[in-house]
Write a protein of this length. Structure first.
Length: 339
């Protein structure tokens, strides 16, 4: 009669003490033990990575916190990433080759139950397409995933379709960013030259003012054609200095209609949202909507009262406040002799 008891395979444990932590250097070979198919292992509790981009290569460090049962396995890096250093508790984890068909070349197997801290260093090439560069993170995801990115000597925008949040900043000539990532493998991290944001730039602009004065009955009518060329940033408000004796009667956008009827016909509305003239400070404030970052023009109309009519009368000129530089021309009709 056959016994129902199956034979047991036993192995003698080594009597030598195993160090608490091991270190794998470049050129070290993995454990020669062949990996057997294993059950699905739990995901790491957290994966925190630091990635430094230097020209065509990315240098990474990953700190993994893994809670495992005996026999669980943890893939280390997806190919073709190069593992350059590995620190792990050798008295609790065993380094071996990953099963055939696995994306990872090596894996760690838990020889006892516990929570383990694993540190690894790796290198991988940067992929470039047009103006954008990117890498796919080679470390298997955890429940919590964080990446601290440094792009050396470049001012770039950082992008990631898998990012929950991105906080970008600069440190000297480097771009630094902190990303919180979704729990997915192959999270793509991309960067490209930073696009210009004129809203954050200090406004720098140049002005040309062409002024025409025409005498009329009891007043001198003034037309001031103000041409503005922003060189940096954008203008949302313009301040002009008005000469003594002048009163502002209107400020319009000569290229766009100022009336509602004209706007209803399909024409673009005036960029002049509001204007205010303070006769005490002699300041004319013009509010622009939307703010302007391209060249534009304004037409300012003024009047200078004179009565009784003299044979001559002096008038001042409008000027633009805070302009980096300004030039202008003055014109008036020729004086008429007595009839």
């Amino acid at each position: 009669m056959r016994s129902a008891t199956r034979p047991l395979l036993l192995a003698q444990a080594s009597t030598s003490e195993t160090p608490s932590a091991g270190r794998l250097q470049v050129g070290d070979t993995a454990d020669s033990k062949s990996a057997l198919p294993t059950k699905a292992s739990p995901v790491a509790e957290s994966v925190t990575q630091e990635l430094r981009i230097e020209d065509k290569f990315a240098l990474g460090t990953a700190n993994i916190r893994w809670q495992a049962e005996k026999g669980d396995v943890l893939p280390l890096l997806f190919e073709p990433t190069v593992l350059t250093r590995l620190n792990y508790p050798t008295n609790s984890l065993e380094l071996g080759r990953a099963p055939a068909g696995s994306r990872a070349a090596q894996q760690l197997r838990a020889t006892k139950k516990g929570t383990f801290n694993i540190n690894l260093h790796y290198e991988l090439p940067v992929t470039r397409k047009d103006a954008e560069s990117s890498v796919a993170l080679p470390v298997p995801y955890g429940l919590v995933n964080r990446l601290d990115l440094t792009v050396v000597n470049l001012d770039v925008d950082v992008l990631s379709p898998q990012a929950i949040s991105i906080q970008r900043d600069t440190a000297g000539t480097n771009t630094v960013a902190t990303l919180i990532l979704s729990p997915v493998n192959d999270a793509r991290i991309a960067w490209k030259p930073r696009s210009r944001d004129v809203r954050r730039e200090k406004a720098v602009f140049y002005a040309e003012v062409y002024q025409l004065y025409v005498p009329a009955a009891g007043v001198i009518e003034g037309a001031h054609y103000v041409s503005l060329r922003p060189a940096q940033g954008e203008l949302s408000e313009l301040i002009l200095d008005v000469p003594t004796g002048s009163t502002i009667t209107d400020v319009i956008d000569p290229d766009r209609p100022a009336t509602a009827e004209a706007a209803q016909k399909g024409a673009a509305t005036s960029l002049v949202s509001l204007w205010r003239f303070d006769p005490d400070t002699r300041k004319l404030r013009v509010t622009l909507n939307p703010p302007q970052s391209r060249p534009f023009t304004l037409l300012v109309r003024s009047q200078v009262a004179y009565w009784p009519a003299p044979f001559e009368h002096s008038v001042g000129l409008l000027s633009v406040e805070s302009a980096a530089a300004q030039i202008g021309l003055l014109a008036s009709p020729p004086a008429r002799g007595p009839a």
